[in-house]
Design a protein around this ligand. Structure first.
Ligand SMILES: *Cc1c(COP(=O)(O)O)cnc(C)c1O
Length: 376
């Protein structure tokens, strides 16, 4: 008999979420409007420390509308980290704009602020400033916002924070999601907080929040008949799902603590093995420990990343390679890339270990034993 499957980052929902979901159902607010949506938005805005939150059907929808808020239009360029999930760059394409990809730093796996500053300086000199810069808080660790915001402010370029992976993390004491014109959160099934699919745009800017809410509800004008002055989207989150989100966000401190415990466990048990290096934790902040990832030096370790992945798979343990950078994706092959060595190396050698918040010590030990067994 094989052991029960250990997933990479499965949903971790409890009786609290179940009760709120059934209460929402019984209230008959089975619609993309209702008291749970209002409460969920207020709760997340408070947590992130911003004035406004708009619950949406996905993090990708939130990225799309954040870029609209930044004024991104057909033919514009937008700076995007290459080392990210495709949704970050796809949202730029939806608007007919072009992503320009930038490399990461090995110190945090996030976009290199020096490269962002250089690219903005060079583009300013050519009169080709991008309409926006999108940063990503990779694997639950914030990008380095002081130099990033400095650079964007100098050239008057909007910053959008893709904090899809980072709810609960902070940068110099400030919550992830609160940087720039707007922040983007995801409640997809694999994220630290899930609604089974959903997202949110968070912002201090009342105009951005109003516009986002308007566009997300088919751009319907506030008159009795159906009046439309712009092209809208059907992007609102269901009230039922918001009820689940309320329960999840209420448990966020525990969810972060559990993932932190996993990160410590793996570091203690695997950190001394030759050839394994965990994602560095930058001094400037506190991650939410969404996924614990490491780099494998095949010569030192005695096996490469793919060999570890294969062995874990035979033991019914789900692990994944780190993101494949956008500049190496066929769909973005015509896009400009600045640098690329770091993100290519992160992809070649990077491994994400099971990190769900419901992992037991037995599960963690199974993963640790499985990694040891590769070289035994
Ligand atoms: C998950 C994720 C998204 C997309 O969020 P969805 O809710 O799945 O649409 C965007 N960016 C990053 C970095 C992500 O990890």
């Amino acid at each position: 008999m094989t052991d029960a499957r250990i997933y990479l980052s499965p949903p971790d929902v409890s009786g609290v979420e179940r009760k709120l979901l059934l209460e929402a159902f019984d209230s008959n607010w089975v619609a993309p409007v209702g008291p749970d949506l209002d409460a969920f938005e207020a709760q997340v805005a408070d947590l992130v420390g911003v004035r406004h939150a708009v619950a949406l059907s996905s993090g990708t929808a939130a990225l799309h509308l954040a870029l609209v808020a930044a004024g991104v239009r057909r033919g514009d360029t937008v700076l995007v980290p290459s080392f990210t999930f495709a949704a970050t760059a796809n949202a730029v394409m939806y608007l007919g704009a072009r992503p320009v990809f930038l490399d990461s730093t090995a110190e945090s796996w996030n976009v290199d602020p020096g490269l962002v500053a250089e690219e903005l300086r060079d583009r300013a000199a050519r009169g080709q400033l991008p309409r926006a810069v999108v940063t990503v808080d990779m694997y639950g660790q914030c990008a380095d916002y002081e130099p990033l915001l400095d650079a964007c402010d100098r050239y008057g370029v909007a910053l959008i924070e893709d904090a899809a992976e980072a709810l609960g993390a902070s940068y110099r004491g400030r919550p992830a999601g609160s940087f720039g014109l707007a922040g983007v959160l995801s409640f997809n099934g694999n994220k630290i907080v899930t609604t089974g699919g959903g997202g949110m745009l968070v912002t201090d800017d009342g105009r951005v929040a109003t516009q986002t809410r308007h566009l997300a509800t088919q751009a319907r004008e506030p008159v009795p008949h159906y009046e439309h002055r712009s092209v809208g989207y059907n992007y609102r989150l269901s009230n039922l799902l918001a009820a689940v989100g309320r329960g999840q966000v209420g448990r966020l401190p525990d969810l972060v603590a559990a993932r932190g415990e996993t990160a410590r466990y793996y570091r203690a048990a695997l950190g001394d093995l030759p050839g394994l290096t965990f994602m560095p934790v930058a001094e400037y902040g506190t991650p939410n420990w969404w996924l614990t990832c490491l780099l494998v030096d095949a010569d030192e370790f005695g096996a490469d990343r793919d060999r570890i992945l294969e062995h874990l798979a035979t033991l019914n343990i789900e692990a994944r390679p780190t993101w494949k950078p956008m500049h190496l994706q066929p769909v973005f092959r015509d896009c400009v890339m600045r640098g690329g060595e770091v993100s290519a190396d992160l992809f070649r050698r990077g491994l994400c270990l099971p990190s769900g918040s419901a992992l037991t010590d037995d599960d963690r030990q199974r993963v640790v034993d499985a990694v040891h067994a590769v070289i035994r």
